[in-house]
Structure formats: C-alpha cells, structure tokens
Write a protein that binds this ligand. Structure first.
Ligand SMILES: NC(=O)c1ccc[n+]([C@@H]2O[C@H](COP(=O)([O-])OP(=O)(O)OC[C@H]3O[C@@H](n4cnc5c(N)ncnc54)[C@H](OP(=O)(O)O)[C@@H]3O)[C@@H](O)[C@H]2O)c1
Length: 216
C-alpha cells in the first residue's frame, strides 16, 4: 500500500499495476493503482499481458514462494503483444534477498536486486571497512549486520528518505498519503505470540499489528 502511494508521488506519470488479493483492490485503486489483479487468479499472467503495456519495472512486496516469478511472467509480453519483447531489460526488485527466491525466472527478466529498508536510515557498513562515516549532520552511523552479511550504505537512499520524511507531515495533512491501517494488540508484548500466530495463519491482511511497550 505504501509502495503504491510513493510510486504515485515520485512517478506521477507512471502507470501502476497492482497485484493483490481481491478484497484489497478497491483500496489500492483509491491509493493510486490504475489496474488491480488478483494473484490467485489462474488467468493473472494473461490478463496483465493483455493490457498491452511495456512493463519494465516491478516491485515484489511479498517476495515469498513463487511471487517474484509470477510477477516476472506478467512482465513478459504475451503472444499478441504489440510491445517489443526484446529491447532493454525487465527488472523485479524484491524485499527479500535474491537467494531466497523460489522458481525460475522467464528469459528477459532479472530479479537480482532487493531493497533493505535500513539503508534509508543511513546505516552504513562495508565488508572492507567498519569505520563509522559521517553524513551531512555529523551523526555517527552505526555498522550493522543483516541476515549474516554486511551491506554497504546507500547514501542516495538516506537522502531520498530524509527528503520524504521531511515532506511527510504535509503529505499526511493534505491526505496525499494515507497510513496503512494498524491494530493495537491487547496485552502488549506479553501477547506477541498471538499476533505471530495470526500472521502465520494469514489472518493479518492490509494492516500492521502494533504493541504497546511497558504498562498496557
Ligand atoms: N527488505 C526489507 O527491509 C524488508 C522490510 C520489511 C519487510 N520485508 C519483507 O517483505 C515482505 C512483505 O512484508 P510486509 O510487512 O510489507 O507485508 P504486508 O504488509 O503483508 O504486504 C505484503 C503484500 O504482498 C501481497 N501478497 C500476499 N500474498 C501474496 C502472494 N502469494 N503473491 C503476491 N502477493 C502477495 C499482500 O497482498 P494482500 O494483503 O492483498 O494479500 C500485500 O500487498 C516479507 O517477506 C517481509 O519479510 C522486507
């Protein structure tokens, strides 16, 4: 939901195709998706291809099971395509490392990149250097590990996120960005396993679970 809103703000002329469960289609349309499709539909790939759009970039916000391969298949021009199937490259960016992907990508689509949200916070570390660097405001940055690996800082991510967060209050007040729904969980952190159970059983859709820390 957030990705669609940010795409609409940062790339206002980009045609946005969202793949989500049916129950969220209306909401995603209101947030900025031009077309919505159900990932459970057996005709998903054909239906997206039939739009006749030259789809070059995808963002897989699920990145589990075969979701990346499914997104990639949607991007390959179909049999009756009027778009060029060979020129340039098609990319799916994931939210989990490429090594965790299941299935085989169709030719002409790559999915070798992934987003790590910590880079937006200015976190920094490279394999050859554990020296904290400084960014414009002289704040010392902390090295970090994630999934058993060091990742280099991406200064442009930090700058983009800083600009976005500076603008966020105005965007929220003008209704241009709507927060993802949240559900305050009773009992605070003591009941966190209940939330995990709900997530595992697929009952947390289109919302975030929030826990109070300390007395509840
Ligand atoms: N790299 C990072 O920094 C980072 C940060 C946070 C999370 N993650 C990872 O990103 C993934 C998503 O996390 P999230 O918190 O954003 O989850 P989320 O809010 O539940 O969003 C997941 C999205 O994927 C859709 N989806 C669910 N099942 C799908 C399927 N089988 N095929 C295609 N789409 C499907 C959902 O649509 P419906 O609700 O309509 O089904 C929803 O729009 C997780 O794997 C998480 O570990 C990565």
């Amino acid at each position: 939901m957030h990705a669609i809103q940010q795409a609409r703000i940062d790339f206002p002329f980009t045609y946005i195709i969202a793949v989500a469960s049916l129950q969220n289609h209306e909401r995603l349309g209101k947030l900025g998706a031009h077309k919505t499709f159900d990932y459970k539909s057996s005709s998903l790939v054909r239906d997206v291809q039939n739009l006749g759009r030259d789809i070059r970039k995808g963002l897989d916000c699920h990145s589990e099971g075969g979701s990346t391969v499914l997104a990639a298949e949607c991007m390959v021009p179909g049999e009756n395509a009027t778009v060029d199937g060979t020129y340039g490259e098609r990319r799916v960016i994931r939210t989990l490392p490429p090594g965790m992907m299941s299935g085989t990508l169709p030719a002409g689509v790559r999915a070798s990149e992934w987003i790590l949200s910590y880079t937006a916070l200015g976190k920094v570390c490279s394999p050859s250097s554990i020296i904290s660097r400084q960014i414009s405001n002289n704040r010392k940055l902390q090295p970090f590990w994630f999934l058993f690996k060091y990742y280099p800082a991406v200064l442009s991510d930090y700058k983009t996120a800083s600009t976005y967060l500076k603008n966020l209050t105005g965007l929220l007040m003008d209704g241009k960005v709507v927060p993802v729904k949240h559900r305050l969980m009773p009992g605070g952190l003591a009941n966190i396993s209940q939330g995990f159970d709900e997530m595992r059983s697929g009952r947390v859709r289109g919302e975030k679970l929030v826990y109070k820390i300390g007395p509840t």
